[in-house]
Design a protein around this ligand. Structure first.
Ligand code: GLY
Length: 346
């Protein structure tokens, strides 16, 4: 179902997408081997010394081309803590990084999140270049400047907006991913179908990534601080986040977002925002990407509703980003009866 093939095109030039944020604009390069462009990006931004924080083996961690130190990291929620941020900042200080130097992250979304936050705090902010190595991090997490760590009280509760200076999405990294990591990324690609990326089924993975990044770049350029439009990126996420918590994170983020996307279609149908055909399309698209479309056995609807009421985006009652006649919108004060009806039979 998936492959890192890049279509029948002979060219190996990477896709280049600009995140247009004025003097903080940056490029996202997507394609096989783009990690080897790291030295050129380090030179472009004028960094003289670099700390590379990498969750990948040495052969997958590129040399930045300037004096550097490599710090091993682990992908996963367990290390997404303030104590990891402190440890990283202490390495930066020990290596003598100054504000004219840079940090590089190489790993999945949890690594780009925590390294991005450390870079955003050290010396009140130094340059960071992300090398996302998972599909999820390439299509979403590494682009847009959201950084965060977890607290025992909840996920992503401490963070800053800190835009990278460049993002290098090397599709060769994807060849090393286990099946479940692919599904994790496909959840975000499936939800992109309904928020403006178009039908990406049957497109080569580099084109799927480029389409998702182009959409995200446009949204972030218009609403960097999540005051309005950026909410659409959370399509399928309200139930998705609730499912992650209710299953004690046995469901991966993208898997939960896939189910949340099917639910968003059902809810939009119940609220007469979309027709029956479009509701079915939600299930078909999510299933196409090899993702579950039904709620996992045993999850309690009352618990899901309580968790969704506490969602960060829920400013007024139960709130969801839902498809509609003019595209996706944040819909607030959704009646609980409609939410229960959408959950029933899923
Ligand atoms: N992952 C959603 C956002 O970046 O806003």
């Amino acid at each position: 179902m998936h492959s890192t093939r890049t279509g029948d095109r002979p060219a190996v030039e990477p896709s280049r997408i600009e995140v247009a944020l004025g003097e903080r604009a940056y490029p996202v390069l997507i394609g096989p081997g783009v990690r080897h462009r790291l030295p050129a990006e380090v030179t472009r931004i004028g960094a003289r010394r670099v700390v590379v924080v990498s969750a990948r083996p040495a052969e997958w961690t590129p040399d930045p081309g300037v004096p550097h130190r490599v710090v091993p990291a682990r992908d996963g929620e367990h290390d997404k803590t303030l104590s990891t941020v402190e440890q990283l900042c202490r390495v930066f200080a020990d290596f003598g990084l100054t504000r004219s130097d840079a940090v590089v992250s190489c790993g999945g979304g949890t690594t780009t999140d925590v390294v991005g936050l450390a870079a955003g705090l050290y010396h009140r902010g130094i340059a960071v270049i992300h090398l996302p190595t998972s599909l999820l991090a390439q299509v979403d997490a590494s682009v847009g400047g959201k950084t965060a760590v977890n607290l025992p009280e909840g996920k992503n509760l401490v963070g800053v907006y800190w835009q990278p200076r460049a993002v290098l999405c090397d599709t060769e990294h994807l060849g090393t991913l286990p099946e479940r990591e692919w599904r994790n990324g496909y959840g975000e690609i499936a939800r992109a179908h309904f928020i403006g990326a178009g039908d990406l089924r049957d497109r080569p993975v580099d084109e799927q990534i480029a389409a998702c990044v182009a959409l995200k770049a446009q949204v972030v350029a218009a609403d960097e601080r999540d005051a309005g439009l950026r909410h659409i990126l959370n399509y399928g996420h309200t139930l998705g986040h609730a499912l992650e918590i209710a299953t004690d994170f046995r469901l991966r983020h993208g898997e939960a977002v896939g189910i949340g996307t099917v639910f968003a279609g059902r809810l939009a149908g119940i609220l007469d925002r979309i027709d029956a055909r479009r509701v079915v399309e939600h299930r078909e698209v999510v299933a196409h990407y090899g993702l579950d479309t039904a709620l996992p056995a045993g999850v309690d609807h009352d618990e899901l509703i309580a968790l969704m009421r506490r969602d960060k985006k829920a400013t007024s009652g139960l709130s969801f980003v839902l498809d509609g006649p003019t595209g996706p919108d944040l819909v607030v004060d959704v009646p609980e009866s409609a939410v229960r009806a959408a959950l029933a039979g899923m």
